[in-house]
Design a protein around this ligand. Structure first.
Ligand code: 2P0
Length: 317
């Protein structure tokens, strides 16, 4: 097949990925756990072009250059090596992720690109192989291949893939607070954290422990324990990031107000637990019963949206 299209969705980590032990192979220092969302898909088409001398990448109708294009080209080089091909490709992508929603676009973007490129170059990959391939584009993309709850194993190149995990029925409430782009990219901030934070070794060992506890909570359908670990792990990730030199701080005073409000709702009996990625926006893990209430209460701080668990990556043509 010389052309293929695929769609993937972003995911939010409950146990976070922060730090690589191998940047080329995108191997994380520890495993992580996430929920793939059913909103904000990215749809990507890969068309092989034997006459082209270089790859092209168009995002939302705009031709990309620089880092955006080179990350796509480097990823396609991995696919071409697997397919034993030197044919260049035209990649067109449409992202429905609002640029200010604080959701990493690289997870959905590279999961969709992995599936479309694998099909266009004639690779027949199962879910595990596709997850490993998506990992080479962006770490969090490893998990967007998988529907719903997904664990990404740290492992070596063979063993570092994501797979589905059974767990309780969950909802996410996104709270959009920030409209300014992040000061330091996740990729750069991860390197700085690993190089300069004295707390980094403890972050690595405690993350593996938290992951095992979170997987047990999933198996037991224990929303309270899973939620507690989710919020705890977000605080720990931001603490290790803030401890690097020079320091990086992603949370704003309003983010902390939302964390406080979520704690107050919890004391009042709601099941809700806050987390935040490499930006000021907050996402709240909650239940189907509590989701609408949580979204309404938090709407004074920013735009809120209730999001359900979503599908894994899908080939659409
Ligand atoms: C996560 N984040 O687990 C963590 C939490 C942000 C905070 O994965 O360098 O874009 O492409 O592997 O996947 C964002 O990092 O980084 C991320 P790369 P990625 O979702």
């Amino acid at each position: 097949m010389a052309e293929a299209s695929a769609r993937a969705h972003p995911n939010i980590a409950l146990v976070k990925y922060w730090g690589k032990r191998d940047a080329d192979l995108v191997l994380p220092v520890a495993g992580s756990l996430s929920l793939t969302l059913d909103e904000f898909p990215t749809t990507t088409t890969v068309r092989l072009d034997p006459a082209a001398v270089a790859d092209s990448f168009t995002l939302g109708g705009v031709a990309q250059q620089g880092t955006q294009l080179s990350r796509v080209t480097e990823f396609l080089d991995v696919v071409r090596e697997l397919a034993d091909s030197d044919v260049r490709a035209a990649v067109t992508s449409i992202s429905e992720i609002p640029t200010d929603a604080g959701l990493a676009s690289s997870a959905a973007g590279f999961a969709a690109l992995a599936a479309a490129a694998a099909a266009a170059y004639g690779l027949d990959l199962d879910q595990r192989a596709l997850s490993r391939l998506a990992r080479r584009g962006s770490g969090s993309a490893t998990r967007s291949v998988i529907p719903g709850l997904a664990v990404w194993h740290a492992g070596d190149d063979e063993g570092s893939f994501a797979e589905a995990v059974d767990g309780p029925e969950l909802r996410m409430v996104t709270v959009t607070l920030s409209r300014t782009p992040k000061a330091v990219s996740s990729r750069e901030a991860m390197v700085r954290t690993a190089r300069t934070s004295p707390f980094f070794p403890a972050w690595v060992t405690s993350t593996e422990e938290t992951l095992q506890e979170a997987l047990e909570a999933c198996a037991q359908g224990d929303v309270e324990r899973l939620g507690h670990l989710t919020e705890l792990h977000a605080h720990r990730m931001h603490a290790v990031i803030e401890s690097c030199d020079p320091p990086i701080r992603y949370l704003s005073p309003t983010s902390l107000e939302v964390f406080d409000e979520v704690a107050r709702m919890r004391e009042a009996g709601r099941r809700c637990y806050a987390t935040a990625d490499a930006g000021a926006n907050v996402v709240v893990l909650t239940t189907p019963e509590d989701a609408e209430h949580v979204a309404a209460e938090l709407s004074v701080h920013g735009e809120t949206r209730v999001v359900r668990p979503g599908p894994g990556v899908e080939l659409i043509s």
